[in-house]
Design a protein around this ligand. Sequence first.
Ligand code: IPM
Ligand code: MG
Length: 370
Amino acid sequence: MQSYIDSAVNHFRALLEEQIARSERMRDVPPPKDYAALPVVTIGVIDGDGIGPIISRESTRVLEALLKDEIGADSIVLKQIRGLTIENRMAVGKSIPDDVLDEIKSCDVVLKGPTETPKGGTMESANVSMRRELDLYANVRPVSVPEEGIDWTFYRENTEGEYVLGSRGIEIPDTLCMDFKVTTFPGTERIARAAFEYARKNGKQRVAIVTKANIMKKTDGRFSEICHRVAQEYPEIEAEDWYIDIMTAKLVNVQDRARFQVFVLPNLYGDIITDEAAQIQGGVGTAGSANIGDQYAMFEAIHGSAPRMIETGRGAFANPASLLRAAVMMLKHIARTEKAAQLEKALDAAGNKPREMTAEAFADSVIAGL
Ligand code: IPM
Ligand code: MG
């Protein structure tokens, strides 16, 4: 037992040193990339696993139609990136193979189909690795139900919390396991600032800070405190504290859920509650997700690779709307506001994809509405 304890303590020391170094690096970062000033914006397109190649192919077709002129003039390049598949990742034993990561880093932004995450074992999710490698700290997930007045934007912290050491916990065989949750001061400050900046720029009155600070006293306690400190720079916006449990209930309370506008929350709570929110909008197949950092950004569907759809032969009926909604966010992010609006309008006009409509037919109807 003593040797387990010793090796766990050593492991913990190494983690602590590494996380302190990560936190210090965050204080010294170059200014954010100005996409409007780039003569060429390179968009990497990644297929992924399961239904990924299907929804990615259809989304690419829509983008090629939408961006025909810019692609022709070489001011936008769509670059297909292969090799981020579960087979290839398992074969080389890396969540993102080195050559794939290099290709990703040669792009400005990435539109990514869902990738499979192996359960258990030590292989990290490709999403989690990419968010960390590119320092994509803000996971922005909008959900809207116009007829109910719902217009929510979630700012989920995306690089730390329960995720950053999720594959590196401690286990004493047959005795206990421990995972770690990490909240850094600069990491919290930057996600809080992103949420409040968004609220200010979009004329929102309220930001909900969602934690379980009554139980997770250190990590969530500081998260809430730091968000409130940042909120002082935004006196016109009200910062409210909510606990995650009651917030999950509030989101299904049709009487007063529309009062919420912007949410800022630690990684795992953000993961869970955004699936709930997406379901309220019409299902996870309808929701896009933006992973934003200062130098890179990655846009994806909120859902996973849906292996069951492939196994049951329903892959062709996958819904590309989620990835196309992500593409709208991507176009806004790279300062193509008009193109974003054009795609958004075509998606709204196409409506929710009927179950028996193929991904291809849905993409055709979006293209027709451009
Ligand atoms: C998401 C997904 C990912 C996450 C998985 C695929 C690792 O659920 O983007 O919400 O947990 O963050
Ligand atoms: Mg999720």
